[in-house]
Design a protein around this ligand. Structure first.
Ligand code: SF4
Ligand code: SF4
Length: 333
């Protein structure tokens, strides 16, 4: 299937329409970039390229995926990261708390954010300089359709781009799932359609509310001349600084303290030390340690704690349905 009309709405000085996806390992940005590039090149007839950059390949680490499209007669000789995207897709809003995701966004850029916020709230949250901001609650769609956020975001990217053919993308989604995951094709195509139709947008002019953020490379901060003596690690990890909330895929555990026996099984199962304990007394009045709460900032939503709890004190819930006060407190009663 080759689409006849080959038109890119805008290109840079090298002739490319450039897309950057900012994501967290596990949300599927790498695959989304691959599907997008294959749909554009194999199904629509553009020339183009796609690659991703990530750290330890671990769930929870920052991932960037890049896609370039150009006319079929242009050779792709650029292999560097996309610094000034025509279209930027942010796969989890909490990523903006820990990474400069809007670097290089200009007045004519398109920004897609996975969020439940409206465009005005989302602009303030991102401190977005300018551009056309599209909001899509991809997490909610993925939870409801039992799929992943990347397909909903592909639908949103397709719609916001103004030139990508939904049929070309849907064909490539189905091909990538193939015979092996044939039962997932229908829910994923529905997820794509919902992403395509449920986006809401607003254009923001450069009104001076927030500054333009240029793209900067994360070069080596420590080298031959300034490395500390003795293998000292100056930026050791800390549970105070880390924020894994962007790794969650729509589900969280909720602790009911009335049912909890403080047996401690969840604590030894949790890979991220999310459980906080306090001094208390047991039913006989004997001093003991009591499970106080879950720190959701550290929780990546793996739900292993829910599986292990024999007393139904931990249950899984759709995050967007849980009262914010429960997330702030870390428990319900
Ligand atoms: S496993 Fe369940 S009962 Fe045991 S401490 Fe954790 S929440 Fe409480
Ligand atoms: S879901 Fe449970 S086990 Fe997994 S990170 Fe969160 S608190 Fe820990």
């Amino acid at each position: 299937m080759i689409t006849n009309e080959l038109k890119l709405p805008v290109v840079n000085e090298s002739g490319f329409y450039e897309i950057r996806m900012e994501s967290i390992g596990g949300l599927g940005a790498n695959l989304a970039g691959k599907v997008l590039a294959e749909a554009g090149v194999l199904n629509m007839g553009f020339n183009g390229s796609n690659f991703s950059s990530y750290g330890s390949e671990k769930k929870g680490s920052h991932v960037r995926a890049f896609v370039r499209f150009c006319a079929p007669d242009i050779e792709v000789r650029v292999n560097s990261p996309v610094t000034e995207p025509h279209l930027l897709a942010i796969f989890h809003e909490n990523l903006a708390k820990s990474a400069p995701v809007t670097q290089g966004v200009k007045a004519d850029s398109i920004v897609i954010l996975n969020t439940s916020k409206n465009p005005d709230e989302a602009r303030d949250f991102l401190k977005l300089y300018a551009g056309t901001l599209y909001c899509i609650n991809a997490m909610k769609i993925a939870v409801e359709e039992k799929t992943r956020v990347n397909t909903a975001l592909l639908g949103a990217i397709c719609r916001a781009s103004g030139f990508l053919d939904p049929a070309a993308l849907k064909d490539m989604i189905a091909k990538n799932l193939g015979k092996k995951y044939a039962s997932l094709i229908e829910p994923n195509l529905k997820t794509f359609d919902r992403g395509y139709h449920e986006i809401v947008s607003k254009h923001f002019k450069p009104d001076g509310k927030y500054p333009y953020i240029p793209f900067t490379r994360n070069g080596q901060k420590i080298g031959y001349f300034n490395q500390p003596l003795g293998g000292v690690i100056p930026n050791a990890g800390s549970s105070i600084n880390k924020d894994l909330s962007a790794s969650r895929e729509g589900w969280i555990p909720v602790l009911d303290r009335n049912k909890c026996t403080s047996c401690g099984e969840c604590d030894i199962t949790c890979p991220d030390y999310c459980f906080v304990w306090e001094d208390g007394v047991d039913k006989k009045g004997k001093p003991t340690r009591i499970l106080e709460k879950i720190v959701y900032k550290s929780c990546k939503g793996c739900l292993r704690c829910v599986e292990i709890c024999k007393f139904d004190a931990l249950t899984s819930h759709k995050e967007f349905e849980v009262d914010k006060t429960i997330i702030e407190k870390g428990y319900t009663e």
